[in-house]
Design a protein. Structure first.
Length: 196
């Protein structure tokens, strides 16, 4: 998968994850035959996935804003050059790749799928399992995308004769793209709380 082609950031991977989470939400809504306690449990797990993605996006957006603030060009270059050694991202990256709550829910759905299929259509359960599997894979891709993007920006900042204006534009564009994805995430998450 090409995550960064030339200077164009391919951030569609976030939209894909948000779309997958929305489809899981729709599948849970369609599974009205599930007992309320089970629906609530799955809603909670999907909600935690939304919250993890939101926290990740927020952390990165805030960090990029802080990097863009310094008036000194030298400090800006130093901050960007250190993106690939950003301790807070390294901690969050692990949590994001693991997404334990979604993986645990997926395991539980698979374990009880026979019982669930007795209450809900087989197609609904199988579709839900496929969506959740796809979502856990996409979360790993997103973590990889962010790490690679940080590495690319840091490498560019360390290159001799770096074009500071161009680098500043790239950091700004990356931040703005993440903000757009976060707005989309918030809209999708709001729909999750309609599940009764």
């Amino acid at each position: 998968m090409v995550l960064n082609k030339g200077n164009t950031v391919n951030i569609k991977i976030f939209s894909d994850l948000i779309d997958a989470l929305s489809k899981i939400t729709d599948a849970l809504k369609a599974a009205a035959a599930l007992p309320k306690a089970e629906r609530e449990q799955y809603r909670k797990v999907v909600g935690e996935s939304y919250q993890l993605l939101d926290a990740t996006l927020n952390m990165i957006v805030i960090r990029l804003r802080d990097i863009l603030l310094p008036a000194s060009q030298t400090r800006f270059i130093d901050e960007v050059a250190n993106l690939d050694n950003y301790p807070e991202w390294m901690r969050i990256e692990r949590e994001f790749r693991m997404c334990q709550s979604l993986r645990a829910a997926l395991s539980e759905i698979k374990h009880f799928s026979g019982k669930l299929k007795a209450r809900v259509s087989v197609n609904d359960i199988e579709a839900l399992i496929r969506l959740m599997e796809g979502t856990t894979a996409t979360e790993d891709d997103i973590a990889e995308f962010i790490s690679e993007r940080f590495h690319d920006l840091a490498s560019e900042a360390r290159a001799p004769g770096v074009d500071i204006a161009k680098l500043r534009d790239e950091v700004t564009s990356f931040r703005e793209a993440l903000l757009r994805e976060r707005r989309q995430l918030i809209r999708a998450e709001a729909d999750l709380y309609d599940i009764v």
